[in-house]
Write a protein that binds this ligand. Structure first.
Ligand code: IFM
Length: 486
């Protein structure tokens, strides 16, 4: 049973200095389309993000992932940077159209060779490879055949999972099926601010279900191919949804958004059923006949941990105007990513914000972790993404100093440590991101990296935050006092 939205604890202090547990994973994270470039080499076919970014007006400044950070050619340098930072794990995604062009049929040997070489280099440097199978780059041919709103895509995804496991299972022990399926379904097919850019609320709900189904089938495929010691997981961008006031209407608005953002995934994946209130809230849009007998037990596979991505809390109220506005920090569209929740307003929480306009609020992460423990006490958690974009620049000394990012990381890591002290089983933390990269609809205008990338030359410059994070990873503790993090 999932708990209702509630406030669990006061804001955690951000100066905590206690040690993280022994064996805690300290990682950095990236995703294929955001860093690799080399979009049309060695048999790689276009993904929906190639098509979308090449469509005028979709991505800021007309940016595309054609070259990105050129990681496909500079990966040795990137592994060396991670080794120098001393991180213990690297979370990256496979480009589906690079390893299985067109999303069906045989593997592309060159694509697999790239990931084999990368994982070998990571292992040689004592860095654990953590593979995500799908970070949003659906082969365009599968979208042309209907994409995630069609059931058959979940079968193709399971075949691709098996292929990847056969190729890399001797090297990779930790696997994640999907990254943030909420974005794939609701931004990709609902508001259209992500690829493939469709704006159909029913397609978004169908996509959510088929992503869930694809996850379940992919876990089955991974288990069939991999040794029993392998670990399987999914990463969700669980929204920490807060009502603006305690009024019944605002609390109900928060419940609706929680159902569409979170429980549409945690329900079937972790509990084996869709929440009834979600089905009721969307009944005027669809009868959910795409949900077939047996689907929820396929989706409900045992997992080794749940990946949690957190950046900022979500603050909502019941709309007082005709139709609610949904400027929720996920891009601008006339179409809502929240099917059946038109009467909800989104608010920017008070306080400082990042370059994305997202509020900096570590208490949201603390509360979220406590809630996950209450709802799913036996499920280990991994923070698979956390970080912030700021307007970084290279100073005349050739350095990038980013005290706001250090403060952000300090606050959020302190929240994690305090959640652990309160009994939450958090196994690790992956900083988003290793490198500045292609931030989807925002192109290269937002810099999330611990390492600055000079895009014209590809030059990498570790920021002050990278050194700070390396120290935390090495010592397993946060520096003392507020001023020590500057
Ligand atoms: O860059 C993205 C990433 O691809 C998925 N999670 C959120 C990040 C920042 O927006």
């Amino acid at each position: 049973m999932t708990t209702a939205i509630r406030r669990v604890a006061p804001t955690p202090d951000t100066t905590g200095t206690g040690r993280f547990p022994q064996g805690f994973t300290w990682g950095t994270a990236t995703a294929a389309y955001q860093i690799e470039g080399a979009a049309s080499v060695e048999g790689r076919t276009p993904s929906i993000w190639d098509t979308y970014s090449h469509t005028p007006g979709r991505v800021r400044n007309g940016d595309t992932g054609d070259v990105a950070t050129d990681h496909y050619h500079r990966w040795r340098e990137d592994v060396a940077i991670m080794a120098d930072l001393g991180v213990s794990a690297y979370r990256f995604s496979l480009s589906w159209p690079r390893v299985q062009p067109t999303g069906r049929g045989p593997a592309a040997q060159k694509g697999l060779d790239f990931y084999r070489a990368l994982t070998d280099a990571l292992l040689e440097n004592g860095i654990e490879p953590v593979v995500t199978l799908y970070h949003w780059d659906l082969p365009q041919e599968l979208e042309d055949a209907g994409g995630w709103p069609e059931r058959v895509t979940s079968d193709h995804f399971a075949d691709y999972a098996a292929l990847a496991a056969r190729a890399l299972g001797d090297r990779v022990k930790t696997w994640t099926t999907l990254n943030e399926p909420w974005c794939s379904a609701f931004l990709g097919y609902g508001s259209g601010v992500h690829a493939p850019g469709r704006t159909d609320p029913v397609a978004a709900l169908r996509a959510a279900h088929h992503l869930n189904l694809g996850h379940g089938k992919a876990v089955q495929a991974l288990r069939a191919e991999l040794p029993s010691s392998a670990r399987a997981s999914i990463t969700l961008n669980i929204h920490h949804v807060r009502p603006l006031t305690e009024s019944a209407d605002d609390v109900d608005a928060a419940r609706r958004i929680d159902a569409l953002a979170n429980r549409v995934f945690t329900g079937p994946i972790l509990e084996g059923h869709y929440p009834q209130d979600l089905l009721d809230d969307t009944a005027h849009l669809t009868d959910w006949s795409f949900l077939r007998n047996g689907d929820t037990s396929t989706i409900h596979q045992p997992l080794d941990f749940l990946g949690v991505n957190y950046y900022t809390p979500t603050l909502v109220s019941a709309a007082t105007n005709e139709a609610g506005h949904h400027s929720d920090g996920h891009g601008v569209s006339d179409h809502s990513p929240w099917p059946g929740a038109d009467q909800v307003n989104f608010h920017r929480p008070a306080g400082s914000t990042t370059a994305m306009g997202w509020a900096v609020d570590p208490s949201g992460l603390y509360d979220l972790l406590l809630r996950l423990k209450a709802d799913h006490p036996a499920m280990p958690l991994m923070i698979t993404e956390n970080g912030a974009a700021f307007d970084d620049y290279v100073n005349p000394e050739g350095e990038v100093t980013d005290p706001e990012r250090i403060a952000y990381l300090h606050g959020h890591l302190s929240a994690v440590r305090q959640a652990i002290a309160a009994g939450v089983d958090v196994r690790g933390y992956f900083l988003w991101s290793l490198l500045d990269n292609f931030e989807w609809g925002y192109g290269y205008s937002k810099r999330f990296g611990a390492v600055y990338v000079d895009y014209p030359t590809g030059k990498r410059i570790p920021k002050a935050s990278a050194r700070w994070y390396a120290d935390v990873a090495r010592t397993g503790r946060l520096p003392e006092g507020k001023n020590d993090d500057r």
